[in-house]
Ligand binder design. Sequence first.
Ligand SMILES: [Fe+2]
Ligand SMILES: [Fe+2]
Length: 297
Amino acid sequence: MSSSVRLGSRTFLRHFLFRSSSRCAFLINLPYNSNTKLKTVLDRVNSDEYLQSLWDCINVNAVRRLGLSDHGRVHFAIVSNIALKILRSLVEAKVQPNIVTEHSMTNEDAEVVVFLGAVLHDLGMVAHRDNHEVFSVSLAAQMIPDLVRGVYGDKERAVITAETLHAIYAHESEIPQFTLEAGVVRVADALDMKEGRARIPFTAGKKDIHALSAMSIHDVKIRKGKLKPIIVEISMYNESGIFQVDQLLKKKIAGTKIEGFIEVVAQVENQQRKTVLSRYTLGASPEQPSVQASAQR
Ligand SMILES: [Fe+2]
Ligand SMILES: [Fe+2]
C-alpha cells in the first residue's frame, strides 16, 4: 500500500484490498512487509472459512435485519488496512504501542494485535447488535489462540490474546480504553465511513441524517501530517457529511490513546472548479491534543 491510504470506491477496493480465489471466496490484501508473524496470521484468516462465514452472518443481521451499514467482509478488509496504516504512522513518529512498553514485545507484535482486533471486533453481531462487543470478546477468545498457535510460545500467545481482547471490547466509544492498539482499532473502524458503506440501507429507503450524511462522504485519505503524525482528509459532496465527523468520528477519537496524534480535516469541494467551499477540522492544534472543532468558509 502506498504512503497514503486512499479509500476509493468499494468496487475499486474489491480489487485493491482483497481478491478472490477458487478455494476461498475472499482474501484480505495487507502490506505485511517484513513482518512474517503478521503474514502467517493473515494467511490463516484468509483460509479460515468458519471466520469468513461468521462475517457473512454479521451482515445478515446488520444489513438485512437492522438496515445498518456494511459490516461484512469488505468492512474488515478496509478496517485492517487502515489500522495497519495508522499504527505504522505512529511507530514512525516514535510513539510506542503498549505491547512494547508493558509486555516487552515488539512493534511487529502490535501489528498482529491491531490486525486481529480489526478482523474480529464485530464478530458478536452474529448474536445481536446490542452489547456486541461482549459477544465479540467471547467468540474471539476461542479463535485467537489458534490463529497465533506456533507463531508464538504460550506466554506471548496469552499476551497477544489479552491485548487483542481489550481492543475488541473497547472498540465502541463508550468503553474506556487502556492501550494505543485499542485506539488504533477504534479509529480505523470509524474511518470506514465513505458513501459506499451506507449505500445498501440508503437505497433500501433509509433516509435519516445518519444515512444522508454517510452518503455525502466522498473520500477518506490517511497520510502523514505536519502538526501531528496522522492527518485524515475527508472530502464531502455536501455539508451534511459534517454530522459524520462531528457527531460520530469525534466521539470515536476522543478518549483514545491516539487522540493527540491525529488531525482530521473535512472539506466540501466544488467538483467542477476544484475549490474548497468549506472546511472543518478536529485536533489541529499541537498545543491542545484534545479534539477541537472549528468550521470556516
Ligand atoms: Fe462494532
Ligand atoms: Fe466495525
